[in-house]
Design a protein around this ligand. Structure first.
Ligand code: ADP
Ligand code: MG
Length: 268
């Protein structure tokens, strides 16, 4: 009786208090094509970007003179504590958040000098595929219609859009779910659909803000495999924020942000 009590106590204690979402990247690496080398071609230039927000009577500075050149072929993982400015930086790069000072230049276009808001939106839709932690679905549309949507916006005829969307659903392994509703899919499947939707316009750049944030280890592994292949086979520049440190080795570059400053930046 006493023994049993001790055992159940020990069992309880050995349980981890937080779920550990770890991906065995070393095992994954054996199944992936090799990493590509960093090129000298700058695709995104973040130039002394400051960002402050008014809070009450004062201002809070969230990004402090961030300078970052992102090169063709890179897979950049940005990590850092919660609240350190990672999402704000991605939003500035996406043309969604004008810096208080400094410039963001993407493919030689100064996003906030050369383009107005409407042109920035068009530019982003053309050049960048975006995946967030939580996908926003158009609830009245099926999976394949949601994936086709960016092509409809670009004026692609419906039949051709559907074909391209189906190609991408096949690439993420979800073709048989095409005519279902996104809400019928698991979190991991939804993130793969979000990736397909990000890719239909064939952007050269993928920006992903914690795309595996809500996923378990297995679904995270599937997602990171897809991203690594897009980087290594199709040479997409990937800029991804994650809290999952086990994913770091899959990247070609690791950048850490703390309190709005880059405190570490290392590439292969
Ligand atoms: P992270 O993505 O690294 O967790 P965020 O970039 O979301 O961090 O936020 C960085 C800081 O900026 C946080 O303290 C957040 O509260 C603040 N912040 C973000 N957006 C705004 C806003 N629109 N107004 C005021 N403060 C903001
Ligand atoms: Mg964030």
């Amino acid at each position: 009786m006493v023994k049993k009590k001790i055992l159940s106590h020990q069992k309880k204690k050995s349980k981890p208090s937080l779920p550990l979402v770890a991906v065995d990247v070393a095992a994954l690496e054996k199944k992936l094509p090799p990493k590509t080398l960093r090129s000298h071609h700058v695709i995104i230039k973040v130039d002394r970007v400051n960002k402050s927000f008014p809070v009450g009577d004062s201002t809070v500075t969230v990004l402090h003179r961030i300078t970052l050149n992102l090169y063709s072929g890179e897979f950049v993982i940005i990590s850092g504590p919660s609240g350190s400015g990672k999402s704000t930086l991605l939003h500035s790069i996406l043309g969604l958040e004008p810096p208080s000072q400094g410039r963001v230049v993407m493919r030689d276009v100064d996003l906030y000098q050369d383009l107005d808001e409407q042109a920035r939106t068009r530019f982003r839709r053309e050049k960048v595929g975006v995946v967030f932690q939580q996908s926003n679905w158009i609830k009245s549309l099926s999976v394949i219609e949601n994936v086709s949507y960016p092509l409809w916006l670009a004026g692609t005829p419906a039949t051709s859009a559907r074909k391209t969307a189906m190609d991408w659903l096949e690439q993420v392994g979800l073709a048989e779910w095409a005519d279902h509703h996104p809400s019928e899919l698991s979190g991991g499947q939804q993130q793969r659909v979000a990736l397909a939707r990000a890719m239909v316009t064939d952007p050269g750049i993928i920006v992903a803000d914690e795309p595996t944030g809500n996923l378990d280890s297995e679904a995270s592994e599937v997602m990171i495999t897809l991203l690594a292949k897009l980087n290594r086979v199709q040479n997409k520049l990937i800029l991804m924020v994650t809290h999952n440190l086990s994913l770091l080795p899959i990247a070609t570059r690791r950048t850490v942000i703390k309190d709005g400053r880059i405190i570490y930046d290392q590439h292969d």
